[in-house]
Design a binder for this molecule. Structure first.
Ligand code: SF4
Ligand code: SF4
Ligand code: SF4
Length: 348
């Protein structure tokens, strides 16, 4: 009997083929099998006959929204930088999206990176994605050659061993604390919808860090980022990091040094986290791709908590509202910036 994800894969292939064959979309963004166990790779399909390569499994940790603006550009008729936009509707692109990725698409729409009418969201309710790192940690010292996915378990095989492990026990931390696993935008529903998850405290990890003293928090920060090799995979995997020139690549002015010095590295991470404030959907792609196993996501999660507490907003959940940090009201409290005359000491 096929598993839940095998059935979802079949549906994705059939729907993608239909959308391409009838000309509704010019491309479909999905996943294909990776070259190593527990990996997948992004795949852009442009012909109905290639849809058989598409798949869905528990290792789909890359956020496909990251590729959407570029793929949309790739299906537009060629034109020079000064040529006007062609008349009439431009071709559409279909993309698979779970809860958090669909919210990234909403943010991209709010930030005018993507036009809603050009996107066909193939929505998949997420059951949580597995952390390859967690599985490897369970089998430390033994090489994993293949992993078979069942609905609730994984069968891990290597040279001379075969073991069954519970799937949820190795699901990524961000998926385990996710409260909105079903896509917010759905044009083509794949599989069954899933309900919001009740989680008494999705910010438990942040609370634990906040409860520490300043010295302990500094200790966590310096040791967590000590092994960062500045490869920028975390930035490159994020669908919100689309700046034509990132501040770390700027030379004039040079905002942050390019060395592996702890100050430069720490500054990069703090600045990137602030750039994602009010926009991050805790998709976990940044953490999943880090070759050094660094938990930089805790910084963005902390800012997600602050934005929720200050503005009552979770990124991508209110498509018709302006983004919290790109708008203001004249009567916003700004006690930390200005003080009314006679209202206290400056800066209080
Ligand atoms: S870190 Fe900041 S400047 Fe760099 S790509 Fe991301 S949002 Fe843009
Ligand atoms: S900062 Fe990380 S968790 Fe947040 S949206 Fe970007 S890739 Fe996802
Ligand atoms: S992916 Fe990891 S090693 Fe690379 S820059 Fe980000 S935190 Fe550093």
């Amino acid at each position: 009997m096929p598993t839940i994800n095998e059935k979802i894969s079949e549906e994705i292939r059939a729907q993608a083929k239909k959308l391409l064959a009838e000309g509704t979309v010019a491309a479909v963004i999905g996943y294909a099998s990776g070259s190593l166990p527990m990996t997948v790779k992004p795949l852009v399909v442009r012909r109905p006959e290639d849809c058989g390569k598409l798949l869905w499994n528990t290792f789909c940790v890359l956020n496909l929204a990251n590729f959407l603006p570029e793929v949309l550009k790739s299906v537009e008729p060629p034109r020079g930088p000064r040529d006007p936009k062609p008349e009439g509707p431009l071709p559409k692109v279909a993309i698979m999206a779970t809860g958090c990725w669909s919210r990234n698409i909403v943010v991209q729409i709010q930030e005018h990176q993507v036009e809603r009418e050009r996107v066909v969201v193939m929505g998949v309710g997420s059951r949580g994605m597995v952390s390859r790192r967690k599985v490897e940690a369970l089998f430390a010292g033994r090489e994993i050659l293949a992993v078979e996915e069942l609905d609730h378990d994984l069968i891990v095989r290597g040279s001379g061993f075969e073991e069954k492990i519970n799937r949820w026990s190795v699901v990524r931390d961000n998926c385990q604390t996710c409260t909105h696993p079903d896509p917010l935008l759905v044009d083509v529903r794949i599989g069954e919808p899933v309900s919001d998850r009740k989680n008494p405290n999705p910010f438990k990890q942040v609370d634990e860090l906040e409860a520490k003293s300043a010295a302990e928090r500094w200790g966590w920060f310096t040791s967590e980022f000590a092994t960062c090799i500045r490869c920028y995979a975390c930035r490159n995997a994020c669908p919100l990091c689309y700046c034509p020139t990132c501040f770390v690549d700027d030379a004039k002015p040079q905002w942050v040094g390019k060395s592996l010095d702890a100050t430069d590295t720490g500054l990069f991470h703090v600045m990137r986290a602030y750039h994602c404030a009010g926009r991050c959907t805790d998709c976990g792609a940044c953490e999943s791709v880090c070759p050094m196993g660094i938990n930089m996501r805790l910084l963005t999660k902390k800012l997600n908590k602050d934005v929720l507490n200050l503005y009552g907003i979770e990124a991508g959940m209110q498509p018709d509202s302006p983004l919290p940090l790109t708008t203001y009201k004249i009567n916003d409290p700004q006690k930390f910036i200005v003080t009314e005359a006679g209202a206290g000491k400056e800066g209080e």
